[in-house]
Write a protein that binds this ligand. Structure first.
Ligand code: UQ1
Length: 410
């Protein structure tokens, strides 16, 4: 990795750390309203990936190429790109987003090496997502295991989406009866939001997927091609019991962490995520510092859709602080996860930590083609042209409008 020891010290009004969805969206918004030279964005990577597309790449429904753009084409023209990685924060630095796919080796013994061996893959990494599709297309027989970690994870629906798409592909290939599909999750139920549990349990049952709850992957042994799980108790605490399962295919849902420089900094809480006010997104310790995206310790699910709603809050609150005022706009914890359940259907889950927050007047809990179409064709467009350009503030306005048609979305 390129690493220059010191980035030349210079003054900018807003330093955005990370060129992911949150960082680009924030830089775009402020580069438009502040004078030239006021905004700089620190991002070491040449390529930017549309990560919500990875599920589709792993299912052979989109190419990786279609989800990749050069970072230089995305940095707002009025902002400066500092092509480097932050290694140390000093307290009066300003910080925004990112969580990257690195860090996913942290708590699973042997996982990082296993990803380079046959049968082991992850849709979370651009380097192993195409491998998933190849493995599914070449799958002959045995266990195909999809894991969900006992730690924060971005797009919590992605591991089960991968499992459902695999079921569809194996059926089409005529080898589904040779496969035992296992979804092994550390959670007590199939999904974290109550109202989507029943519809998802139905999908899993119809597809004959063996859902094993309270299982936390702790080790991958490539010589015996086996995965070891710790069994968790009702409170999610690890018991002494373990379970070892052999795999032909193992898809790893990675435990995610904030980037190292953030974890080590005074912006982080004890879990290593950025310690911000859950509503205003302002750093609890440094009033001139805000967060957006996956790196924060807010209660929302970590998805691109949540970033869109956070950007509106960030825009208003950071502007207030720049004018010497107090921030008051509140993030409602909105997140969305289009749960692709086959190659043509999806459940459009939208929720906040309190429950569902659906945008459309249609039944979003039922798998539908229109939800799949939105996910496959409309969302990438909205991301590249709306979200990262700082124009898309989430569907809250549309939600208010559709409430006129459908009074309650609960
Ligand atoms: C969304 O805003 C968004 O960000 C661009 C996504 O990310 C890819 C989504 O998947 C979804 C569902 C939303 C929410 C938007 C609508 C119109 C429901």
């Amino acid at each position: 990795m390129r690493r220059s020891p010191v980035v030349s010290a210079k003054y900018v009004k807003l330093l955005v750390v990370g060129g992911g969805a949150g960082g680009l969206g924030a830089a775009s918004k402020f580069a438009r309203k502040l004078p030239r030279g006021s905004v700089a964005i620190v991002e070491p990577h040449e390529d930017h990936y549309y990560q919500p597309g990875f599920t589709l790449v792993g299912g052979g429904l989109m190419t990786l190429e279609a989800n990749r753009k050069k970072q230089e084409t995305l940095i707002p023209s009025n902002a400066e790109w500092i092509k480097n990685e932050v290694v140390l924060f000093t307290p009066d630095s300003e910080c925004s987003d990112i969580e990257w796919w690195r860090g996913y080796h942290l708590r699973i013994k042997g996982a990082l090496e296993a990803l380079e061996t046959p049968g082991v893959c992850s849709n979370y990494s651009p380097f192993h997502v195409e491998k998933h599709y190849k493995e599914v297309m070449n799958f002959k027989e045995g266990n195909a295991i999809y894991t969900f970690p006992d730690a924060p994870i971005k797009c919590a629906g992605a591991p089960q989406k991968a499992c459902y798409i695999t079921d569809s592909i194996l059926r089409q290939r005529g080898v589904r009866d040779k496969a035992h599909l296992i979804y092994a999750t550390s959670l007590k139920r199939i999904f974290g939001v109550d109202s989507y549990i029943k519809p998802l349990e139905k999908v899993a049952e119809e597809k004959n997927i063996d859902v094993r709850t309270k299982r936390n992957l702790i080790e991958v042994d490539t010589s015996s091609k086996s995965a070891t799980f710790q069994i968790l108790d009702e409170d999610g605490i690890a018991t002494e019991q373990t379970e070892k399962i052999e795999y032909s295919l193992l898809h790893i849902g990675p435990p995610c962490s904030a980037p190292k420089a953030l974890r080590k900094s005074q912006f982080a809480d004890r879990t290593g995520f950025m310690d911000v006010d859950n509503a205003t997104l302002q750093s609890k310790r440094f009033p001139n510092v805000f967060g957006v995206g996956d790196c924060m310790n807010t209660l929302n699910a970590k998805t691109a859709a949540s970033v869109s709603s956070q950007l509106k809050v960030l825009d208003e609150n950071l502007s207030l602080v720049m004018q010497g005022k107090k921030p008051y706009t509140k993030y409602d914890g909105y997140a969305s996860c289009p749960l692709v359940v086959s190659r043509h259907r999806a459940i459009l889950a939208e929720f906040n930590p309190e429950g569902p927050l659906e945008t459309t007047p249609f039944n979003q809990k039922k798998p539908s083609f229109w939800a799949y179409w939105l996910k496959r064709h409309f969302m990438p467009y909205l991301y590249w042209n709306g979200l990262i350009k700082g124009f898309w503030n989430g569907p809250a306005m549309m939600r208010n409008f559709s409430r006129l048609v459908k009074p309650s979305s609960k």
